[in-house]
Design a protein. Structure first.
Length: 232
């Protein structure tokens, strides 16, 4: 009986701890629904890495609201990264199944992922980069949380302002000014497609001097942008 009572107290204590932690995390998600996230774990990591490598890099960013970002940019990002953005609940289960099937058929080759814009936003704002199961589980939780508490429009707005765009460059406003000398509101379809084309590796590629591969990728993105619907 003593063991049973101890197990019961332990279980109740664990449930209370889990409930408090969940409430705290929901409060953090709720706050960032209204207030812009000022920093992200990746920003701190990049600064630390640059200092450790004796080549310090700062943080260049400027928050802009959804209305001050060219719709071309949002369409380009969705076309490039998450074609079913408006249909899924944060996790694209169909894309995940397709990726698993592809990876099984192409073992040893480049792995295909199924990360949505919502998942990338959750990871960028709240989590560290890594591939362990704990981080993946937290990513799924935060993804579903922001889908329900933020909505699609806020997810796109935050994504546009925190995504890494180059060494020390974060967000579409900083990228637009650095690479094209314009504001995020004035990006053309081609400029937006070029920025979206380098998102898989923005520290290796630059939209200002695109390689032949980036130009082809930008062409593909532009061909898909016309069919992209955006949240109102």
């Amino acid at each position: 009986m003593n063991i049973l009572r101890w197990m019961g107290r332990t279980l109740r204590g664990s449930l209370r701890t889990a409930a408090v932690l969940t409430l705290l995390l929901l409060m953090i998600v709720g706050v960032t629904r209204v207030l812009p996230p000022q920093w992200t774990p990746l920003m701190f990591l990049r600064v630390y890495e640059s200092v450790a490598e004796a080549d310090p890099v700062g943080i260049e960013r400027q928050w802009v609201p959804y209305e001050q970002v060219s719709p071309h940019f949002f369409r380009a990002v969705v076309a490039a990264e998450d074609g079913r953005f408006m249909q899924h609940d944060g996790i694209d289960w169909k894309a995940m199944e397709d990726a698993m099937r592809y990876n099984r058929m192409h073992k040893g080759k480049k792995v295909r992922g199924a990360s949505t814009v919502s998942m990338q936003t959750a990871k960028n704002v709240f989590l560290w980069h890594g591939r362990n199961y704990v981080r993946k589980g937290l990513e799924a939780w935060f993804t579903l949380a922001i889908e329900h508490l933020w909505g699609k429009r806020r997810i796109l707005e935050v994504y546009a302002n925190v995504v890494e765009m180059g060494d020390g460059i974060y967000g579409v406003e900083a990228a637009a000014r650095r690479y094209f000398g314009v504001s995020a509101a004035d990006l053309t379809r081609r400029q937006a497609a070029l920025i979206a084309a380098v998102l898989p590796n923005p520290r290796r590629w630059t939209p200002a001097s695109p390689t032949a591969y980036i130009n082809r990728r930008a062409n593909w993105i532009q061909s898909r942008m016309g069919g992209v619907a955006l949240p109102r």
